[in-house]
Write a protein that binds this ligand. Structure first.
Ligand code: DQQ
Length: 537
């Protein structure tokens, strides 16, 4: 029992027990948010996949309903895999999902409709007789043909969806069109594809406003001043990558801007444990919200013992960065309703080696917002040319948080034990590279636990911020076995899953630290205890 509980999250979405993976078909409909998710009703490992279903008024407090889609038909007998919701004109929701038809994992696309449109929860879904809607035609890989997107309507009145696939090592987002949502025809060209990227899972394609935080409906392709985002989940690396680009509706092609690259060197929603994400347009608040799955980093055996595996990250609002080159992401404002007791620090200097405890809150279940400032960039450590080619992850694992630097490492020590036998540092390290500064944001699990057998990666990303103001902000959402961090207002997000042996519940501590020779000030720090939602499944 204790085992089951000590690392269980308290305000991240998860069912009562068993395995969960991709978020599916998120939508806002008639005042209610719906979240469906890939779920194994029989155990804490992947398998027997059905669609779990929960509803919420605020994306924080959830009510669990009966599963929405279960394998019952020849076209989904071996699994009801990922898919998306679309709200058709006349306010009619429809869900497209992938059915697995045989042991070879042949995949087809199906649809379901609410049984009773007047049921506010849309609890029951029916499978119309004209399923499957879409089967792979010759030339399409039948075992890599899945995860239909939310549909959007073009100027010609035809619906469009994407389906993730591959041909050999080329990742593909096939485009299908339909007049009536029932008969779908594959377009001559995929919307986009890229060689040597492997299978594209869970594609997501949506417009973003060039300016401001306002979200757009998927069918808003007519608008001026709109860019598009194409996200794919690469199963070779298990990360979500996106590009920002231009959509040409007349020819149904998408071309990434030259500031965005396809594939594993590309932009990421999150530089940590975050996969198979999906966004939706929230018409009630005119915003686009992103859900993502965060897998466990302990062993399968641990999961079986715990009786559960997988969480959804806190929903994030996403919008285009003013620089037009990437997205920004920030936890939805509703999470702030869970804030309880607050502690504050103002203008506190940290010299090299200083560790400041943030006392008075529940450190295992907290929200921390901090702004660090420093007098100059002069002490930034020169990056040795032999390290210049390293990606952020490798640089973080070489340099870490305890090796002294110039400007940084400074940041937070989350889920730390009282004597620092365990800690998950979330920190910044500034390097002087050839012609510019490289600003590394790390969330380093390597010292997170004394336990053996855990996956403890040094996740990291580079921040592309202007340091002229000599300030850097950081926010972390801490919830027992997860630390979700947002650098520079959401330019770089990193989610780590950690399983401390000592820094558990009331024995967890939170600190700020500086291990650089430059003195760093905590200009402002606000930390809150986070309450559990009223009901979570
Ligand atoms: N998970 C689903 C698939 C999808 C994968 C199966 C991504 O539909 O491609 O559970 O995590």
């Amino acid at each position: 029992k204790v085992k089951q509980l000590e690392h269980r999250t308290h305000y991240h979405f998860q069912p009562q027990k068993h395995w969960i993976n991709d978020p599916n078909g998120p939508m806002y409909y008639n005042g209610i948010y719906h979240l469906f998710y890939q779920y194994n009703p029989y155990g804490a490992v992947w398998g027997n996949i059905i669609w779990g279903h929960s509803v919420s008024m605020d994306l924080i407090n959830w009510k669990a309903l009966q599963p929405a889609i279960k394998p019952t038909k020849p076209y989904d007998r071996h699994g009801c895999w990922s898919g998306s919701a679309t709200i058709l004109p006349g306010n009619k929701p429809v869900i497209l999902y992938t059915g697995v038809v045989d042991e070879n994992k042949t995949q087809v696309q199906n649809y379901v409709l609410p049984k009773n449109i007047n049921d506010p929860y849309l609890e029951e879904w029916i499978k119309p007789d004209d399923n499957p809607l879409l089967v792979a035609e010759p030339g399409v890989n039948r075992t890599a043909f899945r995860d239909p997107t939310t549909a959007w309507m073009g100027r010609d009145g035809h619906w469009r969806i994407l389906i993730g696939s591959r041909r050999k090592h080329t990742g593909i987002a096939y485009l299908y069109k339909s007049k009536d949502f029932i008969k779908w025809v594959k377009a001559k060209h995929p919307l986009h594809s890229k060689d040597r990227t492997g299978n594209w899972e869970c594609p997501d394609f949506f417009p973003v406003a060039r300016e401001g935080k306002k979200g757009l409906d998927n069918s808003m392709i007519e608008e001026q001043n709109v860019k598009f985002v194409l996200k794919v989940s690469l199963d070779t690396t298990r990360y979500d990558y996106y590009t920002v680009g231009k959509y040409f509706p007349e020819i149904d092609r998408y071309i990434p801007d030259n500031t965005s690259v396809d594939g594993w060197k590309g932009l990421r929603y999150d530089y940590g444990n975050f996969y198979a994400s999906k966004s939706f347009f929230d018409a009630s608040k005119n915003r686009r919200i992103l859900w993502g799955w965060s897998n466990e980093s302990d062993t399968k055996m641990d999961d079986v013992e715990k009786g559960w595996a997988g969480i959804q990250t806190i929903p994030r609002r996403i919008w285009l960065h003013p620089n037009g080159k990437q997205l920004l992401a920030w936890p939805i404002e509703e999470v702030e309703s869970l804030r309880g007791r607050r502690v504050q620090l103002r203008n506190e200097n940290m010299k090299k080696g200083d560790v400041v405890e943030i006392k008075g809150i529940t450190a295992a279940q907290a929200d921390v917002e901090v702004v660090f400032s420093f007098p100059s960039l002069d002490k930034a450590e020169p990056l040795h040319p032999s390290l210049d080619h390293l990606d952020a992850h490798e640089l973080c694992s070489r340099k870490g948080s305890s090796l002294h630097g110039g400007l940084g490492p400074f940041g937070l020590l989350t889920l730390a034990s009282g004597k620092l036998e365990e800690y998950t540092p979330v920190f910044v390290r500034v390097f002087k590279a050839k012609n510019k500064h490289k600003i590394l944001l790390c969330s380093d699990a390597s010292s997170s636990s004394l336990k053996k057998g855990l996956y403890k990666p040094s996740f990291a990303g580079f921040l592309d911020v202007d340091l002229a103001k000599k300030k850097l902000s950081l926010r972390s959402l801490i919830d027992h076995s997860v630390v979700e961090s947002f650098g520079a207002g959401g330019e770089v997000c990193i989610t780590s899953r950690v399983y401390p042996a000592l820094a558990v519940s009331d024995n967890a501590h939170l600190y700020a630290f500086n291990n650089g020779s430059e003195t760093v000030a905590i200009e402002t720090l606000d930390a809150w205890s986070i309450k559990g939602p009223k009901f979570m499944n």
